[in-house]
Write a protein that binds this ligand. Structure first.
Ligand SMILES: Cc1cc2nc3c(=O)[nH]c(=O)nc-3n(C[C@H](O)[C@H](O)[C@H](O)COP(=O)(O)OP(=O)(O)OC[C@H]3O[C@@H](n4cnc5c(N)ncnc54)[C@H](O)[C@@H]3O)c2cc1C
Length: 350
C-alpha cells in the first residue's frame, strides 16, 4: 500500500515490466486484491499477490518463470478465475499470470480435424469459430461464455456433453507448456494416433497449474452433428426419472445431453431465470439427441417410448393400489403458454 502511494517500484515489478512491458503489469493494491480471488470469493488480505502480469507470448512466460525460479517466487496461472475451489488463490503471494491477452485462435485445420489455440481463448468463442467450419468442440462447462481454454484444461472441465462426447481431457492432444525453470516443452503432437511414450498431455489436464504453465493447446475436433433435438420430460418421482435414464442408456441410445434436474434445481433455475419450468414437479430430464438428420426421428421415438413405458408401468402399479407416480396432464392452454415461454426446448413431454 505504502509503495503504491509513494509510487516506488520493487525490483520484482521493475523486472516484470522489463519482460512483459509496463502496460502488462499491475501492482496497485486494489488490482492485486481483485486478482487475488476467484469464484470462491475468499480473499485473505494477508494472502495477496505481489504482481499481476498479462504475458503476450511464450517467451515472456518463460523469462518470468526463469526469474521466479531463481528468486523462489510462487507463480499462479489464472484464466477467467471462475473456478469454485480456490485454484487461483495466491496463498503465499507471488506473481499471477493472467492469460487474457494470450487469446488467439492460431489455426483451425479442417483437413486434420484440429485447432491450435492460446490459453486465453474463451470456450464459447472457440466453439463458434470451429462451427463456422462445420466442426465441433463438445466440452461445455456451463460457464463457457467466460471460462477459458487454459482454465478448463487446468481443471479438466466437462459439461452436459460429457456423457456422449467426453470432457476436456478427451480433446487435448498436445500442450505447449513452460516448466517451473522456464523450459518450454511439448507434451504430445499434432497426430491423433500418438500412441508411444508417456501420456504427458493427460498428466497436465486437471493439474491446476501445478506442473507448468500452458501457453498453447492443440485440440482434436469432430464433425459438427448435422441436427439436434431437445426434449424436456417431467416426472413425479426421482426414482422414475433416474430409471428412465437407465432405460434409455441400456437400450443403446446415447443422447448428447441427459441431465437430471430435481425439484430444488427446477425451483432455483426458475427463480433466477423465469422460463416457465414446472416447479411443482419432483424432477425433469433434459435430453438432447443429435446426429445425422435421418437418425433423429428414430432416436426421438425410442427416447419417448422409454419415457412413456416407465410411466405406464407406474400407472399399472397405481391402479393396483400403488401410490407412486402418474403421468402428468396439463390443460392445452397452459401447455401452449409453457411452450411459448420455453423457446429453447423443441419438445416438452408432459
Ligand atoms: C457458474 C459456473 C458454472 C460452472 N460449470 C461447470 C461445469 O458445468 N462443469 C465443470 O466441469 N466445471 C464447471 N465450473 C467450474 C469450471 O471448471 C471452471 O469454472 C472453469 O472451467 C475454469 O475456467 P477459468 O477460465 O475460469 O479458469 P480459472 O478458474 O482461472 O483457472 C482454473 C485452474 O486452471 C489453472 N490455469 C489457468 N490457466 C492456466 C494456464 N495457462 N496454464 C496452467 N494452468 C492454468 C489455474 O491455475 C487454476 O488451477 C463452473 C464454474 C462456475 C462459476
Amino acid at each position: 500500500m505504502l509503495n503504491t502511494i509513494l509510487k516506488l517500484k520493487s525490483p520484482l515489478i521493475k523486472k516484470l515490466e522489463k519482460i512483459a512491458g509496463e502496460g502488462n503489469v499491475l501492482s496497485d493494491y486494489d488490482d492485486l486484491y481483485m486478482y487475488s480471488t476467484d469464484s470462491t470469493n475468499i480473499t485473505n488480505p494477508n494472502e495477496i499477490a505481489q504482481a499481476v502480469v498479462f504475458p503476450e507470448n511464450v517467451h515472456q512466460v518463460s523469462e518470468i518463470m526463469q526469474y521466479a525460479y531463481k528468486k523462489t517466487i510462487p507463480v499462479i496461472a489464472r484464466a477467467a478465475g471462475t473456478n469454485l475451489c480456490g485454484a487461483c488463490l495466491p496463498k503465499k503471494g507471488g506473481i499471477i499470470l493472467n492469460f487474457a491477452k494470450m487469446n488467439k485462435i492460431i489455426e483451425i485445420n479442417k483437413d486434420n480435424l484440429l485447432c491450435k489455440v492460446e490459453p486465453g481463448v474463451v470456450i464459447e468463442d472457440l466453439q463458434k469459430a470451429v462451427e463456422a467450419y462445420d466442426l465441433f468442440y463438445p466440452p461445455d462447462p456451463s460457464n463457457l461464455k467466460v471460462s477459458m481454454i487454459g482454465g478448463s484444461i487446468g481443471l479438466g472441465s466437462g459439461g452436459p456433453h460429457t456423457f456422449k462426447y467426453g470432457s476436456t481431457k478427451d480433446f487435448i492432444i498436445d500442450l505447449e507448456v513452460v516448466l517451473s525453470d522456464g523450459t518450454i516443452m511439448h507434451t504430445g503432437c499434432d497426430c491423433s494416433k500418438n500412441v508411444t511414450g508417456y501420456n504427458l498431455t493427460q498428466l497436465f489436464v486437471g493439474s491446476e497449474g501445478t506442473l507448468g504453465i500452458i501457453t498453447q493447446a492443440t485440440i482434436r475436433l469432430i464433425p459438427k452433428p448435422e441436427a439436434k433435438r431437445v426434449m424436456l420430460a417431467y416426472f413425479d418421482t426421482l426414482e422414475d426419472t433416474s430409471k428412465t435414464v437407465n432405460d434409455i442408456i441400456s437400450h443403446l441410445i446415447t443422447p448428447s445431453v441427459i441431465d437430471l434436474m430435481d425439484k430444488n434445481t427446477l425451483q432455483t433455475i426458475e427463480s433466477f431465470y423465469p422460463s416457465g419450468l414446472l416447479t411443482d414437479k419432483t424432477a425433469a430430464l433434459l435430453i438432447e439427441i443429435d446426429g445425422f438428420k435421418s437418425s433423429l426421428n428414430e432416436q426421438y421415438e425410442k427416447v419417448i417410448l422409454h419415457i412413456y413405458k416407465r410411466r405406464k408401468r407406474k400407472r399399472k402399479k397405481k391402479k393396483s393400489g400403488y401410490q407412486g407416480a402418474h403421468p402428468l396432464a396439463l390443460p392445452q392452454s397452459w401447455l401452449r403458454m409453457l411452450l411459448r415461454k420455453m423457446l429453447s426446448f423443441q419438445e416438452l413431454i408432459l
